[in-house]
Design a protein around this ligand. Structure first.
Ligand code: ADP
Ligand code: MG
Length: 656
């Protein structure tokens, strides 16, 4: 760093020089209050000075200006020869860390931190490593007589003990200048006397001690008494002639900010403590993020699962298939009928691999004393195993000869086989009744799987088209024709050729509906994608709501912890330390929420899957949702964190 913070200070100049310092407060009602009216004084390093005056005389105002917590309205303040008004916020924070230690009437300890942690705070901002500062904090506490209480929180300590802790904190970074504002004001006389004794000892060791009090007996312990009344100095006993000469040391090392990692580590530690201190509230805030992230993960898995299943189903039926059906009812210009001859004609078209007619209906099937009603009895041709890529598992499919002979033979779907032959006996050769007509079972299909929640491909019995038409359905027209094409890229041409052919064969009537599986696949995928997007949008909104929750809770937290922020600033925290701390808290909540949310989302997905809904987990939504949560924390945490960082230390400290 080319510019050093210690530049421009002269340790041989008087430590503190005030020249005509004035401070005017404008009250809420717009009334100007002159708290200091031209204070001039000079204090040398190593002096033990009491500033004495009645309540309201301006003592605290003066102390805040001396400690660089507040700026005067006018007048000059030189610290070690350097005009303080020329320093920026970071330099003032450095000077507070480097030179000052504050002791307040109300102790100003952080309630959520232990004695030791309270003492460590100034060293955190000075960038001291963890072990050294722990050691030093315990050493100081022991020295001040509270070594037994290092792990106690302020609420578990007496007033005298708390004030000792705060003196230890003032000494943590050296405490060359101790500013004590009514340090005995809240203590019983015995504890008060002990605290004064401690300050006397510090003065004897060379610390500059500025003791502020309204009590003449307390002031009498100092080596010099400056009396203040109505914002003006009315008496000054002057520096002791025999006072030894001291110098402050202002080192640049304390200007080194902690490394980003240790700084981050530090603020994460503090964040953990702060979040634990408000455990229930933290949980509620977390919940918002957890629900947001969890629903993104679960919703997308459900959406993807549904899409995958539709794609699989359609794919399993074959993407090279075209299904032709006659139009019925309102949609049809004429109630046309598809005939077996139509299928034969279609088979002659170019690019047509097979043209498979069928008639489908529902009938009861009986074997022995078991009655069963499969979803479909399908009368079709020998092409089926080929057209639908569906091999036979046992026995054989029927042949052209069976078709010609009107043979009463049947091939069972896997479900029908398992229902009629629960014992697993060989069905081939057995006789079953379909619509009370005896059929001989000649084969069983391999399992094909579910086509949709309501339909199962295996819940089916196949019979020859000829036999089925005559003996089961008693009709001459077809239900549909399934056409397999060899080249999918010219599927549309083939489709048009089929339509033209049928139109020609049926007196020009537009009475057939053609669907091809590839189109169906595309439509279904688009529909499912829309669904997935919709689900994701709903989930994203809940993530947004979670983010607003973080912002809300952070704003409350900043307001609640204004005093804590003031204490941190008084002990040398820079604005960016405060910013980093609050951002860390927001980030931590959102990151924990993100992790728990991902786990929760997966758990919901797995549970839903256990109930039969297909689920497809992919990494992208998980990573995305987690990243969104973390980003949400940063984005929504930034405004509150900045608000905290920009607080005026003296205003923050005055906050009750
Ligand atoms: P002391 O510490 O000696 O009791 P203070 O320095 O606190 O006195 O206050 C000196 C005068 O300034 C008092 O009249 C007080 O009401 C006024 N004062 C102090 N701080 C503020 C403020 N922030 N706004 C308005 N008036 C203030
Ligand atoms: Mg006061």
């Amino acid at each position: 760093m080319s510019m050093s913070y210690a530049d421009g200070f002269d340790v041989d100049a008087p430590l503190i020089e005030l020249d005509e310092i004035r401070k005017t407060f404008i009250t809420g009602g717009g009334v100007a209050v002159e708290a200091l009216r031209g204070v001039s004084m000079s204090i040398r390093a190593g002096e033990f000075v009491a500033i004495m005056g009645a309540s309201g005389s301006g003592k605290s105002t003066l102390m805040n200006i001396l400690g660089c917590l507040d700026r005067p309205t006018s007048g000059a303040y030189r610290f070690a020869g350097r005009e303080v008004s020329a320093l920026d916020a970071d330099q003032l924070a450095w000077l507070r860390r480097e030179a000052f230690g504050f002791v307040f009437q109300s102790y100003n300890l952080l309630a959520s931190a232990t004695a030791e942690e309270n003492v460590e705070i100034p060293a955190v901002y000075a960038g001291l490593d963890v072990d050294t500062r722990k050691e030093r904090a315990i050493e100081l506490l022991t020295l001040l007589g509270v070594g037994e209480r290092v792990h106690h929180r302020p609420s578990q300590l007496s007033g005298g003990q708390q004030q000792r802790v705060s003196i230890a904190r003032a000494l943590m970074n050296g405490g060359q200048v101790i500013l004590a504002d009514e340090p005995t004001g809240a203590l019983d006389s015995k504890s008060g006397a002990e605290v004064i004794q401690l300050l006397e000892n510090l003065a004897a060791q060379g610390h500059t001690v500025i003791l502020i009090t309204h009590d003449a007996k307390v002031a009498a312990h100092a080596h010099r008494v400056i009396e203040i009344r109505d914002g003006e100095i009315v008496a000054d006993s002057g520096a002791r002639a025999d006072a030894p000469v001291h110098r402050v040391t202002l080192s640049d090392s304390a200007n080194d900010s902690p490394s980003l990692f240790s700084g981050l580590n530090e603020s994460l530690g503090m964040a953990t403590r702060a979040l634990k201190a408000n455990f229930f509230r933290t949980i509620l805030t977390l919940l918002g993020i957890v629900i947001g992230v969890g629903s993104v993960v679960a919703m997308l898995a459900i959406g993807e699962g549904a899409k995958q299943r539709v794609v699989d189903q359609i794919g399993s039926m074959g993407t090279n298939l075209i299904v032709v059906r006659p139009l019925r009812g309102r949609d049809a210009t004429v109630n046309a009928t598809l005939m077996p001859e139509d299928a034969e004609a279609i088979a002659q078209l170019p690019n047509v691999m097979s043209s498979m007619p069928d008639v489908t209906g529902e009938q009861t099937v009986r074997y022995g004393n078991v009655d069963y009603r499969p979803e479909d009895i399908i009368a079709t041709t020998t092409d089926l195993p080929f057209t639908r890529s569906w091999p036979v598992a046992q026995g054989a499919f029927f042949t052209e000869q069976d078709m010609e002979d009107y043979a009463p033979v049947a091939v069972l779907g896997d479900i029908v086989y398992e229902t009629l032959f629960p014992g697993g006996e060989d069905p081939v050769g057995q006789y079953i009744l379909i619509a009370n007509v005896p059929f001989q079972v000649i084969g069983v299909m391999s399992p094909k799987g579910a086509m949709s929640a309501a339909q199962d491909a295996d819940d089916v019995v196949f019979v020859p088209l000829t036999t089925g038409m005559m003996r089961i359905f008693g009709q001459r027209h077809l239900g549909s024709i399934t056409v397999a094409v060899s080249d999918i890229s010219v599927m549309d041409d083939t489709q048009n050729a089929i339509l033209d052919l049928l139109k020609a064969r049926h007196d020009g009537a537009e009475s057939f509906r053609i669907r091809n599986m590839a189109d169906l696949l595309e439509t279904a995928t688009t529909a499912q994608n829309t669904l997935t997007t919709l689900l994701a949008a709903v989930a994203a909104i809940s993530l947004l709501v979670g983010g607003i929750g973080i912002m809300n809770i952070m704003l409350v937290s900043v307001t609640e912890r204004t005093r804590e922020i003031g204490i941190r600033m008084a002990t040398g925290a820079r604005q960016r330390d405060i910013l980093q701390q609050f951002l860390s808290e927001a980030l931590m909540v959102s990151a924990i929420g993100g992790v728990v949310g991902v786990i929760g989302g997966v758990a919901v997905g797995v549970t839903v899957e256990a109930f039969g809904t297909p689920i497809l987990f992919t990494a992208t939504p998980m990573i995305l949702a987690f990243a969104c949560a973390a980003a949400t924390g940063l984005v929504f945490g930034y405004a509150p964190a900045r608000k905290a960082a920009r607080l005026d230390p003296v205003v923050a400290l005055a906050n009750e």
